[in-house]
Design a protein around this ligand. Structure first.
Ligand code: FEO
Length: 396
């Protein structure tokens, strides 16, 4: 069911209350999500993005209630990923000759996904489409926010930026606007979304926000492709993205570890005690990597000024949960953070040096040699871990 956004602009999307995993199993969506499609009904009628493929039938049932399909003059695909283009195959059966506006990379990606030669109109930044009543759409390429094909579309007159993935959140809501939803969930999901999805291309995010500012567009609304749209706090949202894309850190230390028989866990907790003794204010987060949600872990690491990673040595290597988490961290491309490693071992003890090496290679400033302990930590070792935690807190 369409919902009015502003004047002749309608939300035409799908609220997915049920979703708990996104991007396959890669992203936890504890609060569900939405796939936002928009219908602009001026002298010309334009559809901006569609919905994820499993909801294509539902979308195609509802769209004709809002507009006769043969009255659609143009389809804009801001981003070809399946969660936004998923109803294209069904839709274009009814309107095969209608122009599909997207970036040149969008043409490649849509052809790659659907193997159809629709009436593509490749557009670049600054290209426009007049839609009547004195309004036009201005296209703005936004490569890597989130894929190479991504673009924004700006609607003059109503001053709406359709930003696709950027500035969104995975959060199911039928309230449309960010100012109408639970603010704690909104901002928790906003930063988690940035940390896990956009952080890997932070330099491009920063450049794009600055470019948007230079374009001097009056932005009264940001209509995202996931979650709630922004009609208030526009400047705050833009500023958050700039802040987050520049070596962001809070006064937070995250300790992550996994453990086979509890020795490395005991070290983690003793180090945490030491940090707290040295610094009563720092936010301290401890995650067991085989138990915590991966995306929550990444969000905490993104927010932290320093990271401690612990693994016992296992078959001369790291525990697989730790190795996998570090591979995920590498993908985020974090900068400006300090780190160190710790862990127990029984005989050869390779893990801790390996951790330090991976952390350096991943761009962390490894502040010391960390803590390494043979067999189960006794009280002396735990006391040493507390002392180590105190020293670490002062170094970061
Ligand atoms: Fe929401 Fe990159 O797709």
């Amino acid at each position: 069911m369409a919902k009015k956004i502003k004047n002749n602009v309608y939300w035409m999307g799908k609220v997915d209350w049920e979703l708990r995993r996104f991007h396959g199993e890669e992203y936890s969506t504890d609060h569900g999500s939405t796939y936002n499609s928009y219908l602009v009904k001026e002298e010309k009628t334009v559809l901006i993005d569609t919905v994820w493929e499993p909801f294509s039938d539902e979308f195609m049932r509802e769209l004709p209630h809002e507009i006769e399909l043969n009255k659609i003059d143009a389809v804009i695909i801001n981003h070809s990923e399946i969660d936004h283009s998923g109803a294209m195959a069904d839709l274009m059966q009814y309107i095969p000759d209608v122009p599909v506006y997207c970036t040149p990379n969008g043409v490649k990606a849509l052809k790659g996904h659907y193997h159809k030669n629709w009436n593509f109109v490749p557009v670049r930044t600054g290209d426009t489409l007049a839609i009547g009543n004195g309004k036009k759409l201005i296209f703005i390429e936004a490569a890597m926010l989130h894929w190479p094909d991504t673009m924004f579309t700006y609607l003059t007159g109503d001053n709406i930026l359709f930003s696709n993935d950027a500035f969104g959140q995975h959060m199911a809501t039928d309230k449309l606007f960010a100012d109408r939803v639970d603010q704690s969930v909104l901002w928790e999901e906003e930063i988690k979304y940035y940390a896990n999805i956009l952080c890997p291309t932070a330099k491009l995010v920063d450049r794009k926000v600055k470019e948007l500012r230079k374009m001097n567009l009056l932005i009264e609304m940001i209509c995202t492709s996931h979650g709630a749209c922004w009609r208030q706090n526009i400047e705050e949202v833009l500023a958050k993205y700039e802040l987050w894309s520049n070596s962001y850190k809070e006064n937070r230390i995250t300790i992550v570890y996994d453990s086979m028989w509890g020795g490395t866990r005991a070290m983690a907790e003793a180090i945490a005690k030491g940090i707290r003794l040295a610094d009563d204010d720092v936010d301290l987060i401890v995650h067991c990597l085989s138990k915590s949600d991966k995306n929550d872990v990444m969000t905490d690491i993104f927010r932290s000024k320093a990271l401690l990673v612990g693994s016992p040595s296992h078959n001369k290597c790291l525990l697989s949960s730790v190795a996998a988490a570090l591979e995920e961290v590498r993908g985020l491309g974090l900068t400006g953070k300090k780190a160190a490693a710790f862990g127990c071992y029984g005989w050869s003890g390779e893990a801790q040096a390996r951790l330090s090496s991976i952390l350096k290679d991943t761009g962390f400033d490894v502040v010391d040699e960390g803590m390494k302990n043979i067999w189960e930590p006794n009280n002396d070792i735990l006391d040493a871990c507390i002392e180590y935690g105190k020293a670490f807190a002062l170094k970061v």
